[in-house]
Design a protein around this ligand. Sequence first.
Ligand code: APR
Length: 253
Amino acid sequence: MKPEIPLELTASLRAARHVVALTGSGISAESGVPTFRDAQTGLWAQYRPEDLATPEAFRRNPQLVWEWYAWRRQLVAEAQPNPGHLALVELERRVPQFTLITQNVDGLHQRAGSRNVIELHGNIARTKCFNEDLIVESWTQTGDLPPCCPRCGGPLRPDVVWFSEPLPPHALQAAWQAAASCDLFFSIGTSSLVEPAASLPYVALRNRATVVEVNTHPTPLTPYAAFSLRGAAGLILPALVEESLCSKRGNFL
Ligand code: APR
């Protein structure tokens, strides 16, 4: 059944000059990538992400953390972008200015074809040296887990932001600026719990932007959103783009 899209929202999207979309793990759920707060499965069921995605966990057991990310990299490699990712690619093509900010590290937005993507929490496909904090493109496979940095011999780690670590300053600055200058802000598939990403919709609100939430469940942001579309992003986003930017009633943007 096609999701109902409020007429006022389609009008806002057609009139918008700068649209921002903030995404969380919910947009990748329909690609088969577990959300951050989904129960972990199989070998990893006994662990909580919060207990693995930290510098302390890595120092305590680098091999365990490295292998968890290797498992997640495999999951992501087998996943495909879903209609929710693809609808945001279409949106980027059709609105005058579009900024995609993601908390996801799975790279599925880029694989779907999104071009202007701000990765607030890094990307699981990139690897960096734990000591130098510099990207490492290749290394000698010695069987060591984690592998060693070819420059300093230190352990390698995924280029993602762990709990208690600062976000990449340039990414955060760009996200903040986009939220402060947009006229339409979508919060999609995120529990709106983890800072500083969770503050971005409120920055947009202070700038009198229209805030729209797309989520299967309510979140702390729900009461503040002008529109709260309850349901799967993979169903709602294509309907929203179709209704707003390709509909008989509306103008093509
Ligand atoms: N469509 C839309 N929303 C969905 C879908 C879906 N198909 N499936 C799940 N959701 C919603 C859930 O209701 C939840 O609100 O997506 C949200 C996922 O929330 P989390 O698992 O908390 O993930 P996220 O918000 O991305 O976490 C933010 O916190 O754990 C850290 O760094 C990690 O980037 C992550 C950040």
